[in-house]
Ligand binder design. Structure first.
Ligand code: NAP
Length: 278
């Protein structure tokens, strides 16, 4: 049985460290404020937004909620972002995605000031990441680097394969692993002979969005497997992109779902909020 990479515990450690840092900042008269913008009342978005607000409250970051109706125009949303960009007391701006179809998400992401882009989605943040400049890191991949490091898994020189090339997971993951001196391959839906490629991986990172797609046949004996996927199985239980039971027999270490990558995303969002003051 593989070592379980405990995202719940590691995210807790990070939040404790951040809480202490925020307390020290407050003692110097510095307060951090995150503006959380939500459009409409999509139930999944409400859960995510509430969890983010709770994490802020725990760490000592002030969160300001901006709840806009589903029918808000793109112009009105952009005007709010612009106002928050210029607000002196707001350090970070988070616009909860997805946005309704009549609003151009890319336009909204680009409207956020790169200095307040705590999700790390702005093209300036992405560019800084690729050229190795300091800046806000995309939260889920940054959380995966922390999971590996804090579990004592070295990345330097390792063969890393990422399955999935999304802007929020696969691509920034590749940049971060390169920064840690891994040899990186990104696979996607056009990749030929996926099994052959994933079996090369010392560290396999799976962000496909397909329930339990990666079984033991895709995994090298002793590999480290990170499962980003998040789904409900036929019994309504949470599960990932990896068939956990069989893969955990072959891997040396693996993240569970839930309790693996998921809790790290919010912890790293909190880290980005604190980063605005470092
Ligand atoms: P996405 O935007 O849907 O991207 C999926 C990627 O997988 C695409 O690049 C796609 O290739 C590739 N893919 C699809 N089918 C494939 C196949 N058969 N073989 C190889 N590659 C294939 O997904 P995402 O936003 O990155 O999210 C992935 C999963 O992670 C989802 O389950 C999501 O819910 C979860 N997630 C979790 C967190 C967290 O905090 N835990 C955060 C973000 C996402 P193409 O580019 O060629 O289409």
């Amino acid at each position: 049985m593989a070592q379980l990479i405990d995202g719940k515990q590691i995210s807790k450690e990070i939040k404790e460290e951040l809480k202490a840092e925020v307390e020290a900042l407050r003692a110097m008269g510095k307060e951090i404020c995150l503006a959380v913008v939500q459009v409409g009342q999509d139930p999944a978005s409400c859960v995510y937004v509430n969890n983010k607000k709770k994490a802020c409250a725990y760490i000592g970051i002030r969160s300001e909620a901006y709840e806009l109706p589903e029918a808000v125009s793109e112009g009105e949303l952009l005007a709010l972002v612009e106002k928050l960009n210029h607000s002196e007391h707001v350090n970070g701006i988070l616009v909860q995605l997805p946005l309704p179809a009549h609003i151009d998400e890319d336009k909204v992401i680009r409207a956020i000031s790169p200095d307040k882009d705590v999700d790390g989605f702005h093209p300036v943040s992405v560019g800084r990441l690729w050229i190795g400049e300091p800046g806000f890191l995309s939260c889920t991949p940054a959380g995966i680097i922390q999971l590996l490091k804090r579990s004592g898994i070295s990345i330097d020189g390792k063969e890393c394969v990422i399955v999935g090339r999304s802007n929020i997971v696969g691509k920034p993951m590749a940049a971060l692993l390169l920064r840690e001196h891994a040899t990186v391959t990104i696979a996607h839906s056009h990749t030929k002979d996926l099994r052959k490629i994933t079996k090369r991986a010392d560290i396999l990172i799976v962000a496909i969005g397909k329930r339990q797609f990666i079984d033991a046949e895709y995994v090298k004996e002793g590999a480290v497997v990170i499962d980003v996927g998040m789904h409900r199985d036929e019994n309504n239980k949470l599960c990932g992109d990896v068939a956990f039971d069989e893969v955990s027999e072959k891997a040396s270490a693996i993240t569970p779902v839930p309790g693996g990558v998921g809790p790290m995303t919010i912890a790293m969002l909190m880290n980005n909020c604190v980063e605005t003051m470092r």
